[in-house]
Design a protein around this ligand. Structure first.
Ligand code: ZN
Length: 511
């Protein structure tokens, strides 16, 4: 019989810890619904104790998601576990994921606890979590650098306490595949009642081996993999969900496992996460990169045309890539727009949000003859201006650029309701635009990243701009899309500034 491999997605928790990837409640709900449609078994919706806003987002997701288990992370202390338990209360199926560090370096330097105290805290945490749900997961943080004997001891104790899933994270991305397989085998053999629980891998990509290590863990007996869409995550990221799922599916001869994933939803999920977080997908990224199925070499093209399987181990269609479909145009009405959003799985909840999106669609259709699915993803992916906390808004923009002259930008900005004219010169039109905005905002922020991507092909394509700003350790991404890349740049810069001036604070656990 073919076993099931459980897919645990942590895009909304671990992925969100990427610099500038913080999401609003509504953005998280939109992603959670897409993850449910993708067929993810467990959605880690956040870390409830981080802030009241995080707890509220988890609760909102628990209210709307019915098919996937909704999970909150919690450190092994009473306050965290109660916050997680309250947040998942509305869920049809809710899980609490509690963790504590088990490596000698973390126990000594970070926790300042003796090994016995760590075991005691883990057991107490699992027992408390069981007051809220019978589905409790325990993680041994930095497990891959922990003593196997100690791990077997703490895992034995938490199984007895009632944990159902045991997660063995490579928190720092230090593991290598063949040792990971051996490590899992050793833990599973050395832990009493190990067949009563699901073993789980959670790998970071610091050495580029997160997916390889996750699959190695599966070969060693893991039946849950924790991963993120596009491999999003702090530093080099987490294991990429789409790569794990397609590896298991394409190499069934090796893994002999089923996942519950509807692979046709992989590309739509990737695009949604990319456009909401402002993290573009590199073109040569496996599965979801724009070039992942493009055959440039003439020899390959010939082979593919004659018989696809000569060079393709899986088809582009099987992961949700479709030809750029001309879906809507200037004359499309609200109903056509609405049903396309529904087909793409990105229909907003409220009529008001739909109306706002439709107004943006009409404005775009005035400038661009053909509207593709990619345009619609960008239209919906950007923060709805009606929902966001926006201090600054773009009213109008004029840029003059001429060879031999310094480019000049002149903008009218709405600053908390008051319209203000700002002007500046710069080394280029984008520089002039940003400097003009800063004459008003005076944010003192450091521009860390500026990137422009064409959303579709063609010279009338929309440019999607990402701007990353940093100030006093806070990093934010802003995005803007428009057929005019200077306007898109101004929108992206203002969107980043609006996030920068949003003063809500939150904690970031490392698992
Ligand atoms: Zn992690």
């Amino acid at each position: 019989m073919t076993d099931k491999l459980y897919i645990f997605d942590t895009t909304l928790r671990d992925g969100e810890q990427s610099p500038g990837a913080a999401m609003s409640r509504d953005e998280k709900i939109r992603i959670a619904k897409q993850l449910e449609k993708l067929g993810v078994d467990i959605i880690e919706a956040g870390f409830a104790a981080a802030s009241p806003g995080d707890a509220e987002s988890i609760r909102a997701i628990a209210e709307v998601v019915k098919d996937s288990t909704v999970c909150s992370l919690a450190r092994a202390n009473e306050r965290d576990i109660r916050a997680a338990g309250e947040a998942i209360r509305p869920a049809a199926r809710g899980r609490i994921h509690t963790f504590i560090a088990t490596s000698p370096i973390h126990m000594e330097k970070k926790l300042r606890m003796q090994p016995d105290q760590v075991v005691e805290a883990a057991v107490a945490a699992v027992k408390l979590a069981l007051e809220y749900t019978d589905d409790v997961e325990f993680s041994a943080e930095d497990a891959l650098r922990s003593e196997p004997e100690f791990l077997c001891r703490i895992f034995d104790a938490v199984i007895q306490a009632g944990a159902r899933t045991l997660n063995v994270p490579d928190t720092v991305g230090y593991a290598v595949p063949h040792l990971t397989t051996a490590f899992f085998k050793r833990l599973i053999e050395g832990t009493p009642n190990s067949d009563k629980v699901i073993w789980s891998a959670h790998c970071h990509n610091d050495l580029g081996m997160a997916v390889a290590n996750s699959l190695a863990a599966v070969l060693g007996g893991a039946r849950q993999v924790e991963c993120t869409i596009n491999g999003l995550g702090e530093r080099a990221g987490n294991a990429a969900l789409e790569e794990i799922v397609m590896a298991v599916r394409t190499r069934r001869d090796i893994f002999d496992l089923e996942t519950g994933i509807d692979t046709l939803q992989i590309v739509p999920s990737s695009k949604l996460v990319s456009s909401i977080t402002g993290y573009p997908v590199q073109p040569n990224k496996a599965i979801v990169g724009a070039n992942a199925f493009a055959h440039e070499s003439g020899i390959h093209q010939d082979g593919v045309l004659k018989h696809r399987e000569t060079y393709e181990i899986m088809s582009a269609e099987s992961v949700g890539w479709a030809q750029n479909k001309l879906t809507l145009g200037k004359l499309s009405g609200r109903n056509a727009f609405r049903s396309r959003l529904q087909e793409l799985g990105i229909l907003p909840d409220s009529e008001e949000a739909l109306n706002n999106a439709f107004a943006r669609f009409k404005a775009l259709a005035d400038k661009k003859r053909e509207i593709f699915d990619e345009d619609i993803f960008a239209l919906i992916g950007v923060v709805d201006p009606a929902e966001a906390l926006e201090r600054y808004k773009l009213v109008s923009l004029k840029v003059v650029s001429e060879t031999g002259e310094a480019p000049a930008a002149s903008l009218v900005l709405n600053d908390d309701g008051a319209e203000k004219l700002v002007q500046s010169h710069g080394s280029g039109p984008v520089d002039a635009t940003f400097k003009a905005i800063e004459t008003l905002a005076a944010s003192g922020a450091d521009l860390q990243l500026y990137s422009v991507n064409a959303i579709t092909s063609g010279t009338d394509s929309q440019g999607e701009v990402t701007v990353r700003l940093a100030r006093n350790g806070k990093v934010v991404n802003g995005q803007g899309a428009d057929t005019d890349i200077i306007v898109a740049s101004a929108k992206a810069y203002l969107s980043a500034l609006n996030r920068l001036v949003d003063e809500r604070e939150r904690a970031h656990p490392q698992v």
